[in-house]
Write a protein that binds this ligand. Structure first.
Ligand code: HEC
Length: 108
């Protein structure tokens, strides 16, 4: 049994840079998403973490969207890929879509 422990330590150490790279990629995705949200979505949605202040009545703040139990990465992708009558069809690039989804979920 104790022969496994050094192997486990080596494995954990080997994975650390990978975990870090993933965290960094996620941070970059969120930053892209925040830029998209602030430039294209903020006309109607409150985009920040604090859902306060004046905004469109109809459009839910992103923090409130993030807090919905029904909100998942899948549901956001599906919503943003289909046209909605009260929302412009932005035709987001894959990168922008990934970013905006990551950003909204980061408000949880
Ligand atoms: C012209 C105003 C307007 C703009 C701009 C806009 N939205 Fe919306 N959005 C709405 C309205 C109104 C709703 C609620 C009605 C509906 O579901 O169609 C909504 C709903 C949503 C929902 C669904 C919330 C839920 O209840 O699940 C998401 C997600 C969303 N918007 C994301 C975005 C993103 C991302 C952008 C920017 C790329 C954006 N919106 C830009 C008006 C807008």
């Amino acid at each position: 049994m104790h022969r496994f422990i050094p192997a486990l330590i080596v494995l954990t150490a080997a994975m650390a840079p990978w975990t870090e790279a993933r965290a960094q990629a996620q941070a970059e995705r969120i930053a892209v998403g925040r830029t998209v949200a602030e430039s294209w979505c903020a006309n109607c949605h409150l985009v920040g973490r604090r859902a306060q202040g004046p905004a469109g009545d109809a459009a839910p703040p992103f923090a409130a969207v993030a807090a919905l139990p029904s909100t998942t990465e899948m549901s956001l992708r599906a919503f943003l890929r289909t046209p909605h009558s009260r929302m412009p069809d932005y035709q987001l690039s894959q990168n922008e879509l990934d970013g905006v989804v990551a950003y909204i979920l980061s408000l949880r």
